[in-house]
Design a binder for this molecule. Structure first.
Ligand SMILES: Nc1nc2c(ncn2[C@@H]2O[C@H](COP(=O)(O)OP(=O)(O)O)[C@@H](O)[C@H]2O)c(=O)[nH]1
Ligand SMILES: Nc1ncnc2c1ncn2[C@@H]1O[C@H](COP(=O)(O)OP(=O)(O)O)[C@@H](O)[C@H]1O
Length: 403
């Protein structure tokens, strides 16, 4: 790859973002952070590339970074705005409303952690989501305690409200288990490679098999406007606690060890050897579950119906139940052709170059980043976006309103 175009080096200062055309089609942006220039975008013949490269002004070299997170499809034109030195906001031109906001993280805590694992420079994409989804629910407990039965009942009773995070596992399917529904049944080599590539939120070796929650598994549930339920072991729960995913943690205990053994045997899905292994692990899990301080709530699954009622209460389903999905996207539904009008603190005023409305202010949109949470490798949530005229009088700017 050649040297950076001279104007990049000569003209761009720390924090600058500029737009340029490297080839006749395909606009790219260059954002300067310290001694590095982050170039985002695809030229017309570069669709197969990741769309991110970095020019290091110290070494005068281009670096192709390792790109983590769910990547956007190659896009033409966009707006890039540097946010507090650790991520670049990208607003895609001519995009659908729910796909127009992206963040390229370049120096967040997640990136710094990943930098230790990879030998190249790391960046990560995170799609911006308008609004908040309710916190996911993590359910753990020993094998045979009744987690699956409780979750199935909840999902059956409230199908529009809850969605199951379908884990990956290297264990063989049981009779009646469907690939992609109960688990993504995966070869160990494939799963290990996906873990290396940063596709998993957490993973653990449980009863001799590998289990893991992919970032995608959680995101598809939240994108459908549903609350995500994860059935994972105690090690996985610990990893989720340490991740950027804010969740509620529930541990399910059996009324006694004997009853647990009885249920495991009565289920009839494991060999004697596997039952013994699960019972040995159960002792350890019960100790960790009770004493680690990891879990927000403990449920004893003695009488099934009363345990299920308690689970519903913990999930906010006591009293009047409104069985509607909590869709997070707004009703704006426009397709912006964007231009930056101004940036003020955590509010960004975006000018839509074309619009159906007559008044100029109706083509101005405010993107409010003051409540964002989450981030790469998953989605960035809590964005707020509204027509500027909904909040400011005609003719004034975001800056004026704030002062
Ligand atoms: N860490 C982690 N544990 C998982 C995941 N999926 C399932 N598990 C746990 O793996 C254990 C074994 O699951 P499974 O083989 O389905 O057996 P069962 O729990 O007896 O029905 C259970 O404790 C699950 O909670 C995952 O994605 N990550
Ligand atoms: N409260 C309960 N009382 C008696 N049996 C139960 C109860 N809860 C679940 N079971 C039964 O115990 C077995 C194990 O439950 P399951 O949901 O598969 O456990 P897990 O997913 O935690 O491994 C199943 O056969 C289920 O029908």
């Amino acid at each position: 790859m050649g040297e950076a175009p001279a104007f990049l080096l000569d003209n761009l200062q720390e924090g600058d973002t500029s737009v340029f055309d490297l080839k006749s089609k395909g606009t790219q942006t260059a954002t300067v952070i310290g001694s590095k220039i982050y170039v985002i975008g695809w030229a017309s013949d570069e669709a197969a590339t990741s769309g991110v490269r970095i020019f290091d002004k110290c070494t005068n070299q281009w670096v192709i970074p390792t790109v983590l997170g769910t990547k956007p499809k190659p896009f033409r034109g966009h707006l890039a705005v540097l946010l507090s030195g650790d991520r670049i906001l990208v607003v895609k031109e001519n995009s659908t409303f729910d796909d127009c906001i992206w963040f390229l993280e370049v120096n967040t805590q997640y990136i710094r952690q990943q930098q230790k694992n990879f030998e190249t420079q790391v960046v990560a994409w995170s799609r911006g989501v308008i609004g908040d989804a309710e916190k996911p629910i993590v359910i753990s407990g020993p094998s045979g305690v009744g987690k699956g039965t409780l979750i199935n009942k909840l999902m059956k009773e409230f199908p529009a409200m809850f969605g199951f995070s379908v884990s990956h596992t290297t264990r063989a399917p049981r009779e009646g288990e469907k690939n992609g529904v109960h688990y993504h049944f995966t070869e160990r080599g494939v799963m290990e490679q996906d873990i290396k590539d940063g596709k998993f939120l957490e993973f653990a070796s449980v009863h001799g098999n590998l289990y893991g929650t992919s970032i995608e598994a959680v995101d598809v549930v939240a994108d459908a406007g549903k609350r995500c339920i994860l059935d994972i072991d105690v090690q996985g729960a610990r990893s989720v606690r340490d991740s950027c995913l804010e969740a509620i943690f529930i541990f399910v205990c059996p009324p006694s060890f004997e009853e647990l053994e009885k249920r495991l045997r009565a289920r009839g899905t494991e060999t004697e050897e596997q039952i013994q292994k699960r019972l040995r692990n159960a002792k350890n899990e019960l100790e960790k579950g009770r004493d680690s301080g990891l879990f927000d709530h403990m449920l004893v699954n003695d009488d099934f119906d009363s345990c299920y009622e308690s689970l519903k209460k913990l999930s906010g389903l006591d009293g009047a139940i409104n069985e509607t999905p909590n869709h997070s996207s707004s009703e704006m539904g426009f397709v912006p052709l964007v231009d930056l009008a101004s940036k003020s603190g955590e509010k960004i005023l975006i000018k839509c170059k074309t619009g159906v409305q007559e008044k100029a202010s109706q083509n101005m949109v405010v993107l409010d980043l003051s409540s964002i949470k989450g981030g790469a490798p998953a989605r960035t949530r809590g964005l707020n976006m509204y027509h500027a005229e909904d909040s400011i009088p005609n003719g004034s700017t975001v800056d004026e309103k704030q002062s």
